[in-house]
Design a protein around this ligand. Sequence first.
Ligand SMILES: [Mn+2]
Length: 408
Amino acid sequence: MNSEITIPRREKLLSSLKEKDAVILFAATQGKLEKFQQENNFLYLTGLAIPHAIYFAYKSSTRSAEYLLIERGSPEREVWEGKVMDKATASELSGIKQVNYIDELSRILSMYCPAINCIHANIGKQSLDAPLSYAMHRLLPVRERFPQIEIRDITELLTPLRKIKSEWEIQQLQRAIDITGKGIMDIWQNSQPGMMEYELEAMLFYRMQLSGLKHWGFAPIIATGLNAATLHYDKNECQIAANDLVLMDVGAANMNYSADITRCFPISGTFSERQKQVYAAVLRVQKKIIGMIAPGVKLMDLQTECRALLTEELKALKLISEDDEVTKYYMHGVSHFLGMDTHDLGGRDAILESGNVITVEPGIYIPEEQLGVRIEDDVLVIDEGHRVLSQNIPKEISEIEEILGERS
Ligand SMILES: [Mn+2]
């Protein structure tokens, strides 16, 4: 991600700021012996995958300013952690001209704070009984010394930007989706009854890292039998029994852009009659919902229609007899925005626009039958309607059985 991509993003953000408003974004911190993963808003606006850095911008008709603050390297630390990024490189990669060190933050903020009305920062959702976010913690001195300054979460300002994906962003997502798909194929070709759920997880992770993607987009769910009816099961530690249907809800991340795919398959190689019935019902609903996607459609309408369709399917499956029983077997939303956050910025009340990427993931969960089915694709909204970015990952019963049939 270079400055050609991030400069226009920052220009858009700054143009949406009011006079005398400021933006402060804190990069993710790096714990000792921890894998680093950049905070998404910081990465979105700077393109820099370095820890502890800070982005500061101030808007004023007379003295607008933009700073990047980075870590100061020291020979002692270099022995352990290697070189830190220098000012010239950080400036070149981000396109931010003024680069200082983090220890200069107080001096720089002290100059601007007397004039600032509002700071938009990546403070995140604040719950009263949770520890302060890192950004809020860093802003406490501002809060105490300049109590007139309003401190707001930046999500509201960034949502309109981040929910419309550029061509480049769609390419990043497409790569994450394609590699996730390859990993799913690996699992189909190499899994056997008796394996542990985490063995399947390992096959996908191996494929991801061989393909150059280092991170999961979210904790992978590989769930067999009853576990598949547990929505956010992520222990992946059970043995797969001979007649189990395995549910995989997985996604690799590429430059933090996360795929989010769910596929189910019978470990035996053949769907049982009941598994087929339930799977076919979910697939029918999923295709109908995908067919609705176009600019102008409300995200909520997809959910309403999904519930209505699943209600009919559940009645046909003889699982329910009344409409309001649907939540017994289907209890989550059918769609969410997808991007750098797996549940990306966009909001529940959104009206779809060209450039949005959303998931479509109906499901039916029947704990008493040790059975859970969810089918999830990632869909781009385009002027003409929609494009399924994950269309190359098989989901028809016949396709899946054919691939499983080729196992040795
Ligand atoms: Mn999802």
